[in-house]
Design a protein around this ligand. Structure first.
Ligand code: ZN
Ligand code: ZN
Length: 135
């Protein structure tokens, strides 16, 4: 099943690339540099940082373009990878070290918020009388 855009429910072609933070690659460090495993977070080399991104599915209409990454391949060709964000998300931060579980909790919270917003706007536009009896 194709992922659905968290903002409008349309089929999603894109994923949000916003950085939530990073997690040290404990397994790899253990193997290659056991002395670094417990190092202070600002000293962890980039190659041992697993970046956690928002990863929310987005359709092209909802996504905010963050530009394009140009990568040159050894074959001489180059690829253009688009960077896309949720509305309200930007580059994010690489300063924060978090666990995979924390990253997952942030994603879940962000998606739940997008879903609530969507439901609220659908009600506001489509069913104006729904709360007519309340208040
Ligand atoms: Zn959408
Ligand atoms: Zn996002």
């Amino acid at each position: 099943m194709k992922a659905k855009c968290i903002f409008c429910g349309a089929p999603a072609d894109l994923l949000c690339d916003s950085h939530l933070g990073w997690e040290r690659m404990r397994g790899q460090m253990e193997k290659e540099a056991p002395n670094l495993v417990g190092i202070r977070h600002e000293c962890v080399p980039m190659r041992y940082r697993l970046v956690h991104t928002c990863d929310a599915p987005l359709c092209r209409a909802c996504a905010v373009s963050g530009g394009t990454v140009h990568a040159h391949l050894r074959s001489g060709t180059s690829i253009h990878e688009s960077i896309d964000y949720c509305p309200g998300h930007g580059f994010g931060t690489m300063r924060r070290e978090l666990t995979g579980l924390e990253a997952e909790a942030i994603r879940a919270e962000w998606r739940a918020r997008a879903r609530r917003q969507r439901e609220t706007s659908v009600m506001a536009e489509g069913q104006p009388d729904m709360f007519g009896g309340e208040a």
